[in-house]
Write a new protein. Structure first.
Length: 287
């Protein structure tokens, strides 16, 4: 579950337990602060079950909101940062209060590093033998991809901003603008990566190969099934997979046994892969 909120003319992606840095708000330390401008809310709609209008549920809503977050927060913020950076390079001014600026950036970087570490721990728990980059390209968990991309972009961007501020103070004020351009470039790159990844999920991406391997193993465990003729898996949402298959039954299987064979196969598939929410298995003689 996450939301996109706006305060001080800027937009922030927030999640339960998350921490964000915003401009000063009215109130004292420990006060509860409400942010009335909520732009997007994700995951709640995705968690709705099947309905007459959406017989396969609304799991892909999570991908839709993630796609909008990539466009609104990362791409929009990146373009704004690049434009502001160009303006600073063309009309450079001396930077002031460098100590305060570096302190704020350092604190923000420490907070973002902690959040990024949490994402990396979750990735490590799920990735198995795959590398981090390989996992991010293959995973169907759009929430985790967006959260990781956000934290990577924020950490790298804050590091660039801190270095640029010091260079603008000691070398040339135009480095302040260069830093903004670099931050914008990072945001745009992350936005393009996230948009391409989530677009693939929105269009209907194949489920993890482990699910197809589990189906093959479930078929091999029953001597009444000769082989798999055709198999399609589609990721319908986080933890929601649709599976459709044609199988060839072994010689001698009576017509009265067919229903039992298929039902038992579906039970074994769901035992191996609980994320298979819908399965349509058809006996046939050829693909």
């Amino acid at each position: 579950m996450y939301a996109v909120v706006e305060t001080g003319g800027k937009q922030y992606r927030v999640a339960p337990g998350g921490v964000i840095s915003v401009e000063r708000l009215p109130g004292k330390v420990g006060d509860v602060v409400e942010l009335p401008r909520v732009l997007l809310v994700g995951m709640r709609r995705a968690a709705r079950g099947p309905s007459e209008r959406h017989p396969l549920g609304t799991g892909r809503a999570s991908y839709f909101w993630s796609f909008l977050v990539a466009l609104m927060l990362f791409f929009g913020g990146g373009v704004f940062s690049i434009v502001e950076g160009v303006e600073k390079v063309l009309h450079a001014e001396a930077v002031h209060h460098v100590g305060i600026g570096v302190g704020i950036l350092g604190l923000s970087l420490a907070i973002e590093a902690g959040s990024l570490w949490g994402c990396l721990r979750e990735i490590h728990r799920k990735r198995g033998t795959r590398g981090v980059w390989e996992f991010l390209r293959a995973t169907k968990d759009a929430e985790l991809v967006v959260c990781t991309g956000e934290n990577v972009a924020a950490a790298v961007g804050l590091a660039f901003a801190m270095i640029a501020m010091l260079l603008a103070w000691q070398v040339d004020p135009r480095f302040d603008g260069v830093g903004s351009i670099l931050v914008g470039g990072v945001l745009v790159y992350v936005a393009v990566f996230l948009a391409r990844k989530v677009k693939s999920l929105l269009l209907g991406e194949r489920a993890d190969p482990e699910i197809e391997q589990g189906f093959a193993e479930a078929v091999a465990a029953d001597p009444r099934i000769a082989r798999v003729l055709h198999l399609i898996t589609v990721q319908q949402g986080p933890g929601e997979v649709l599976l459709a298959a044609k199988v060839k039954l072994a010689e001698g299987v009576a017509a009265g046994e067919v229903v039992a064979v298929i039902n038992e196969l579906e039970s074994r598939v769901r035992a191996r892969a609980p994320e298979v929410r819908w399965s349509f298995i058809e006996p046939d003689a050829s693909a």
